[in-house]
Design a protein around this ligand. Structure first.
Ligand code: FES
Length: 198
């Protein structure tokens, strides 16, 4: 069988059969339209996927930020009393500085802070715990065991064993913690500010 070139065959067919030519043109148009539509669909899909990913990223960033800014920190109930230590071994009227840790709520953060108290045991049921700072300008004072008083090294304020001002610029007696005794353990509550010199 004689093989003719393709162009020849097509043109010959178009010439000999006009309806064939029209149908081929329509088919080509339809193919082009289908290809164009599939291209648009694919592009739409990619655009939608990119927008979707951006939305997810924006939500992941915005939701925690919104919660942080708009919702106030939860009011956490912190224990009001902290254990300072065993006082059964303390000698009467011999002040001891006891260290303890207390949790502080700062917005969303909870910080554990170390603090101290000067503890004086007057009797098995009467214990006093003084705040560790001088009431003049907040320096740390200490117990002078030889002279039997509390002495602040900054400006020489002197306090008696029960916290009263003996001398110096300190305007008020030493501040006291609320105290509670449980099974020989000393529990400390809030630090209460003293009012007078005694
Ligand atoms: S800070 Fe203690 S005397 Fe001034």
């Amino acid at each position: 069988m004689l093989k003719l070139p393709k162009l020849y065959k097509m043109s010959t067919l178009r010439r000999s059969c006009p309806s064939y030519g029209e149908s081929m043109a329509l088919k080509e148009e339809s193919d082009a339209a289908t290809a164009g539509q599939s291209e648009i669909t694919r592009r739409k899909f990619y655009v939608a996927a990119i927008y979707g990913m951006w939305s997810l990223i924006a939500a992941a960033l915005a939701i925690p930020a919104g919660i942080y800014l708009l919702i106030p920190p939860r009011l956490r109930k912190m224990p009001e009393w902290v254990e300072a230590g065993d006082i059964s071994e303390l000698e009467p009227r011999e002040p001891v500085e006891m260290a303890f840790r207390r949790n502080q709520v700062d917005g969303w953060k909870i910080q554990s802070e170390k603090s101290t108290a000067w503890v004086v045991k007057f009797s098995p049921t009467q214990v006093v715990a003084f705040g560790p700072q001088c009431t003049h300008l907040g320096c740390a004072y200490h117990w002078d065991d030889r002279r039997k008083y509390f002495l602040c090294p900054c400006h020489s304020s002197v306090f008696s064993i029960d916290g009263a001002v003996i001398s110096g610029p300190a305007p008020r007696a030493l501040d006291r913690f609320e105290t509670k005794l449980e099974d020989g353990k000393l529990l400390l509550g809030r630090l209460e500010m003293s009012r007078g010199k005694a």
